[in-house]
Design a protein. Structure first.
Length: 253
């Protein structure tokens, strides 16, 4: 499949980590990137870095958990720029939600961002993309979506929602000219993974991960899971019966 070039893109969670590096990756290739996040000062720094590299990043201060505001803001950007060609729902929250000491407020925060925020981001201009017969929706899910991981009920569940949501959209949108991509990274060195105490094998640097993601997006890959070592391990985990999976996961808590 030929690589696609994008004139405009909106990427959420762009103030740091994967979102920041993905925004730079597209900006350096000539895409006008609307970089959305809550931390305006980080976005301003990103815009300066992109400008120094010859690209364009426009900061968008936005909290995706405020879904009505998110949809309205993205729709305004879409109208003002002549149509967003790429929308990447990357904003995400990862918080420990250990079942024996479960805290609803932590789970709620994860779900508000990872489920409602992602769905609002992807839905905002979907009707317009279908009408224009072009566009690309991308959701950054996780390898953690493949099975319920210990201490991650909310996170694994939220990413499983996103993967399935994107899969259904992909089926529905076939033949419309609108592409759909679901991305499942393994461990990436970001602010979100920094507090983790458990082993994180085959960890990638965020610039490396963003490079891989960017290339998968422009190729129009439907589902991209990486690195292959973690994908293979999770493939084995998916095949395990519960009688083996459950005690194995308990040892990882």
């Amino acid at each position: 499949m030929a690589e696609r070039k994008y004139g405009t893109a909106l990427i959420t969670g762009a103030s740091s980590g994967l979102g920041r590096w993905l925004a730079l990756w597209f900006a350096r290739r000539g895409t006008r990137v609307f970089a959305a996040a809550r931390r305006k000062e980080h976005l301003d720094t990103l815009a300066e870095e992109a400008k120094a590299a010859g690209g364009t990043v426009e900061p968008v201060e936005m909290d995706v958990s405020r879904t009505d505001e998110t949809m309205a803001r993205i729709q305004r950007i879409d109208a003002d720029c002549g149509g967003l060609e790429l929308v990447v729902a990357n904003a995400g929250v990862g918080l420990d939600t250990y079942g024996k000491r479960f805290q609803w407020e932590r789970a709620k925060k994860v779900l508000e961002v990872n489920v409602l925020g992602a769905a609002a981001t992807l839905s905002a201009v979907l009707p317009q993309m279908v009408e224009r017969k072009r566009g690309h929706l991308v959701g950054v899910s996780s390898i953690a979506s493949f099975r319920g991981l210990p201490r991650n009920a909310a996170y694994s569940g939220s990413k499983a929602f996103l993967s399935t949501f994107l899969e259904s959209l992909r089926v529905d949108l076939r033949g419309t000219g609108v592409r759909v991509t679901s991305i499942h990274p393994g461990f990436v060195r970001t602010d979100m993974t920094a507090p983790n105490k458990h082993p994180m094998p085959f960890m990638l640097e965020p610039d490396d991960a963003a490079e891989r993601m960017g290339r998968a997006i422009v190729r129009g890959t439907a589902v991209f899971s990486f690195p292959w070592q973690i994908r293979a391990a999770m493939g084995v985990a998916q095949a395990l019966p519960n009688a083996l999976f459950d005690p194995l996961m308990r040892k990882m808590r």
